[in-house]
Design a protein around this ligand. Structure first.
Ligand code: ADP
Ligand code: MG
Length: 225
């Protein structure tokens, strides 16, 4: 089954910027896809549209079998909450909250009771190797640990798709490598992942690379399995 199907996707921003100029892209369940390309080529725009944070100007977007064009903003938000986990370069953690509550808050939309959310959050933090850091606040954690909290939050709800935009961009080489390793482990356990990176070494280690330039996919290099 395809988790993502984009067909003829165009995205124009006000002022006439064409960020995506006709993109076709399919991501199958279980894949680990790198999205690479120079700054300004449209990678983040593509990730926002794949993640249904934004709608295309033209073209069709199907996420987990749902055509986003037919959904209201509210339904789109629900789709996103149910099917997609996000990780950003700058972590986006709430500064006053413990690691446990940062992750537990990611499950708020489901109406799950607090106890159950915390139980799941603890399990997710254990999965990313932070079982010993549940009560630490973001300022008490290293950059690499903060990003692992963000990844735990993204996967706690068992999303169909994990989207990461330059997740290693703010990290030193060693913690960046550990974050990549974690993403590979999660993928090996079944999570479908699309990750933007402009680190050539990281990109080279991924089983599939989608190259974006000037708002178009210019190459799609998949390792034969
Ligand atoms: N909200 C926005 N409003 C106007 N232009 C934007 C907006 N977001 C991105 N752009 C423009 O769209 C193009 C693609 O940007 P982006 O998707 O962020 O590229 P990348 O992530 O590859 O660096 C760039 O020219 C950028 O300036
Ligand atoms: Mg970007």
């Amino acid at each position: 089954m395809n988790v993502v199907e984009l067909s003829g996707v165009r995205k124009e921003y006000p002022g006439g910027v064409v960020a995506l100029a006709g993109v076709d892209l399919t991501v199958r369940r279980g894949e680990l896809v790198g999205i690479v390309g120079p700054s300004g080529s449209g990678k983040s725009t593509l990730l926002h549209i794949v993640g249904s944070l934004d709608r295309p100007t033209r073209g069709t977007v199907r996420i987990a079998g749902h055509d986003v064009a037919g959904l209201t903003d509210r339904e789109l938000a629900a789709l996103r909450a149910r099917h997609i986990g996000f990780v950003f370069q700058s972590f986006h953690l709430a500064p006053g909250l413990t690691a446990l509550d940062n992750v537990a808050d990611g499950l708020l939309y489901r109406g799950t009771p607090l106890r159950e959310r915390r139980r799941r959050a603890a399990a997710a933090l254990e999965r990313v190797g932070l079982a010993e850091r549940l009560t630490h606040r973001p300022h008490e954690l290293s950059g690499g640990q903060r990003q692992r909290v963000a990844i735990a939050r993204a996967v706690a709800g068992d999303p169909d798709l994990l989207l990461a935009d330059e997740p290693t961009g703010a990290l030193d080489t060693a913690s960046g490598g550990a974050v990549l390793e974690l993403l590979r482990d999660l993928n090996a356990e079944g999570t479908t992942i699309a990750v933007i990176t402009h680190d050539h070494e990281i990109a080279a280690a991924l089983p599939r690379r989608v190259r974006v330039r000037d708002g178009r996919v210019v190459a799609d290099e998949a390792a034969v399995r």
